[in-house]
Design a protein around this ligand. Structure first.
Ligand code: SF4
Length: 374
């Protein structure tokens, strides 16, 4: 469920979000409820109980806990939440007074994803984040006080001026503070952001390829040393705390995205909602609906995507006769990609299962591009 409100603009961010506009939060919440109601009558989703709800953003922790409570209740009323369903909320460390955290917990949230991004003040400044390292630590402590037993810390690496030594030191600090889950994404330069423009102007340098490879690989060693194991290219967890929502996506499970700009996935169908707050609020629940783009994937693209998503996970993916069902030439093309990756030492085949090797994870993007026909 996409909650797009943010306090300020982070210069690297290319997600759909709006700064301020707090007066629209209630209208937006009721638009989300109208969209949920609509999907509950759609034969693709009707009667399918929910195993996870993920409040992503934007900055979901800016919403009032009472609004989150209503949304959880609405999802339960219309679809039914499975017992023990994972309900995750992304949160910025500087919005988290104890009373708000208690409110989110009372609303049913049982997993918190804290956007620390870095433990170093200079990195947080470079990312134009509005919190400091002390806010990060305090947010985690308060989350524990509020009763959250499942907390993830989200980080970015490959930052201006960052070295692999300092990044690995950060990971040590993060792990020592005891989260159940760590996400570590490399900084990417997205079109249209201020950070990208400044980078193109040569205003700062980021670590080179070798240094970024050391950061990527070293992360696994440091976190593993603390009992937090890599289960996906960018995600690490203590056993039993892998994110249900993400795992379902990597296994090709159907995902209903609700809210402005939210993306959904059902079988071979993909669709995205309109990325405009006013438009979304006006259209939710109307005959026009909120979808802005629909795509139907052909069988080859579906298979390539399933392989791509499955290979992101450390356990890999079962071929399961997927390739045999494709037109011969297409099946051969995908097999050749897998064979080349295997010959390079990037991929292992164990019976019907294929998975990336540790070395292969460094070249994952190359394999993924080839699978998807790039
Ligand atoms: S808080 Fe998150 S969604 Fe909002 S601008 Fe920053 S990175 Fe983007």
């Amino acid at each position: 469920m996409h909650l797009p409100f943010c306090r300020s603009r982070c210069h690297y961010c290319a997600f759909f979000f709006v700064v301020g506009r707090a007066e629209l939060r209630e209208d937006y919440r009721s638009a989300l409820e109208r969209e949920i109601d609509g999907w509950a009558n759609d034969p693709r989703w009707a009667g399918r109980p929910v195993e996870s709800v993920y409040f992503g953003g934007g900055t979901p922790s800016l919403m009032e806990p009472a609004a989150v409570d209503r949304l959880v209740k609405r999802a339960d009323l219309r679809f039914g939440l499975l017992p023990g369903a994972e309900i995750s909320l992304e949160a910025n460390p500087d919005d988290l007074e104890l009373s708000r955290l208690e409110g989110f917990r009372a609303a049913g949230c049982n997993r918190l994803s804290l956007g620390w991004q870095s433990t170093r003040r200079e990195n947080l400044r470079a990312l134009t984040r509005t919190h400091g390292p002390e806010d990060n630590r305090a947010a985690l402590e308060r989350a524990r006080d509020a009763g959250f037993g499942n907390v993830g810390v989200d980080l970015i690496f490959g930052l201006p001026g960052q070295t692999s030594d300092s990044w690995l030191g950060e990971l040590d600090e993060v792990a020592a503070s005891g989260p159940e889950h760590v996400s570590a994404y490399e900084l990417t330069f997205e079109e249209g952001t201020r950070l990208t423009r400044r980078h193109r102007e040569g205003r700062f340098a980021v670590p080179d390829d070798d240094e970024r490879a050391r950061m990527f690989e070293g992360a696994e060693d440091v976190l593993q040393g603390h009992g937090i194991r890599r289960y996906e290219i960018s995600n690490f967890a203590r056993p039993g705390h892998e994110c249900v929502h993400n795992v379902s996506g990597w296994k090709g499970g159907d995902v209903l995205g609700v809210g402005a700009s939210a993306a959904s996935h059902f079988g071979a169908s993909r669709w995205t909602n309109v990325a405009d707050l006013d438009d979304y609020v006006a259209r939710a629940g109307s005959d026009e609906g909120v979808i802005s783009e629909i795509e139907e994937l052909d069988e080859t693209t579906c298979t390539a995507e399933e392989l791509y998503l499955g290979l992101r996970t450390t356990e890999g993916v079962l071929l399961g006769g997927r390739i045999d069902r494709l037109p011969q030439a297409e099946g051969r093309r995908l097999l050749e990609v897998l064979d080349r990756a295997q010959a390079s030492g990037w991929l292992l085949r164990e019976g019907d299962r294929v998975r990336l090797t540790r070395a292969g994870r460094l070249f994952a993007d190359t394999v993924f591009d080839q699978l998807l026909g790039g």
